[in-house]
Ligand binder design. Structure first.
Ligand SMILES: *Cc1c(COP(=O)(O)O)cnc(C)c1O
Length: 456
């Protein structure tokens, strides 16, 4: 199809929006390994998970077989407030790069949370409300998930307690105030408000916190307060299910114009946006209908896919959560405080981990200064100020497009632009002032935290 026939932005009408989520596990021959009870080493049952998570979400977490799940009407109407998200042809970037490649991105930053996280937040809050709960607890790193969840809980009338990684709480006061605007209470983690927080503070005085610590605190509060459950913004199978709306919309939009991506690229923190973006494409690949190159991009400072070990590990520093089999750097691994680009989690979705282990996808790592160079280049021609996390995918997409320039190949590249970076300007400032460095963990550092993996 010629350039004129494909618009800059491909939108879907409300009627064309997906009405069901797609569960990629249903098409996997090797299912993701089950969550284990850390006490017994046995797979966790629904009864054991229900004191932590909402009942319906537990059912979704454990369901490896149902291919399509109806999106409840109330969630669909919430989606309609900010979806469909546009699929954009990056004509300006292509021209700047002088590449014959065709670049598309699915932009998830058009809502107040500034990221894709709202897609799962509204689903998780909805099931909590349906169950008659009073509220939910969670952790947040950079703040996108906490913001998304507080938007969802405000909409449904639920209480929301957010444990925010201390370094972000201090560096991102504006994010915190957005959450409070939506009625959430926000506590810097580690804190003195929980047993596990006190323990971590005693062991590591002055720590700036990590997602792993904040998860431990949020889980403790959920399990100790009647009428509360814990919700998590990434990593879990249920989150990938909800995020499949990204890929389903992208696929419908591309099919309308007969576009087929050769390469699909996403940044990977816990794996939720990537898992969502690739879901329907991976389904075709798993069923042997199509082939796509699928690439996960992670920071060189927190490289779980590319330098981690595929093993059972704790999802949290306090070691109170279930064990998940995943590519991990060890639950004690804390990325350098110099690391400004997000994606700080030590592990990875067990669904994506299994797909990676089985060779269905690739992974690459990029250094943060080159990520911010790509972010700036993108902002200057596409007009959107990207989140640092998203900019990992931009970096990889630009690199693929530059390869096409050398070889003359007209590849079609699709990448996930997960969000905007308005609250990340301290990181941009460091970059502009030349104060940003690339902190890459040594093999010894990784080996030291891997040595402490639970023995299963
Ligand atoms: C949370 C976040 C990510 C990373 O999380 P995943 O679960 O790996 O998708 C990426 N981009 C943005 C903007 C985020 O907020």
């Amino acid at each position: 199809m010629s350039k004129q026939e494909i618009p800059y932005k491909i939108y879907l009408s409300e009627d064309e929006m997906p009405k069901q989520w797609y569960n990629v596990r249903s098409d996997m021959k090797n299912k993701p390994a089950p969550l284990l009870n850390p006490g017994t080493g046995q797979p966790l049952t629904a009864e054991e998970l229900e004191p932590i998570f909402c009942k319906e979400l537990v059912a979704q977490e454990l369901d490896n077989d149902t291919p399509y799940v109806d999106i409840p009407e109330k969630i669909l109407s919430f989606y309609k407030m900010y979806r469909p998200s546009p699929l954009v042809r990056a004509y300006c970037l292509e021209e700047k790069l002088g590449t014959p490649a065709k670049i598309y991105y699915k932009f998830e930053g058009n809502n107040t949370s500034g990221s894709h996280k709202l897609n799962s937040a509204i689903a998780q809050a909805y099931y909590a409300k349906e169950q008659g709960l009073k509220g939910v607890t969670t952790e947040t790193g950079a703040g996108q998930w906490g913001t998304a969840l507080s938007m969802a809980t405000a909409y449904l009338g639920l209480d929301c307690k957010v444990y925010m990684v201390k370094v972000s709480y201090e560096q991102k006061p504006f994010r915190r105030e957005v959450m409070r605007t939506y009625g959430a209470s926000v506590v810097p983690s580690p804190s003195e408000t929980t047993e596990v927080g006190k323990k971590i503070l005693a062991q590591f005085p002055g720590t700036t916190g990590s997602l792993g610590c904040a998860i431990s605190e949020a889980v403790e509060v959920a399990t100790k307060n009647p009428g509360y459950r814990y919700v998590l913004g990434s990593v879990l199978n249920q989150v990938l299910l909800h995020q499949s709306v990204i890929g389903l919309e992208a696929k419908i939009a591309m099919d309308k114009y007969g576009i087929e991506p050769d390469i699909i690229i996403g940044c990977a923190g816990g794996g939720s946006n990537l898992g969502g973006l690739i879901a329907p494409f991976m389904g075709e690949k798993l069923r042997g209908e199509k082939d796509y190159r699928i690439v996960a991009v992670e920071p060189a400072s927190c490289p779980s896919f590319t330098r981690g070990t595929y093993a059972y590990d704790f999802c949290d520093t306090g070691k109170i959560c279930p064990l998940a089999k995943m590519y991990t750097l060890g639950s004690d691994f804390i990325p350098s405080p110099n690391h400004a680009g997000g994606l700080r989690f030590h592990g990875m979705s067990s669904t994506l981990s299994q797909l990676y282990a089985d060779g269905y996808m690739e992974a690459t790592s990029v250094e943060q200064t080159s990520v911010f160079e790509a972010a700036e280049q993108f902002a200057r021609c596409e007009g959107i100020l990207p989140a640092p996390e998203s900019s990992h995918a931009i970096r990889a997409a630009i690199d693929e497009a530059l390869k096409c320039k050398e070889t003359g190949e007209e590849k079609t590249i699709l990448f996930g632009l997960t969000g905007t970076g308005y609250f990340d300007l301290v990181a941009y400032e460091k970059f502009h002032n030349g104060e940003m460095s690339d902190e890459i963990p040594t093999d010894e550092q990784i080996a030291a935290s891997i040595a402490k993996l639970p023995k299963i």
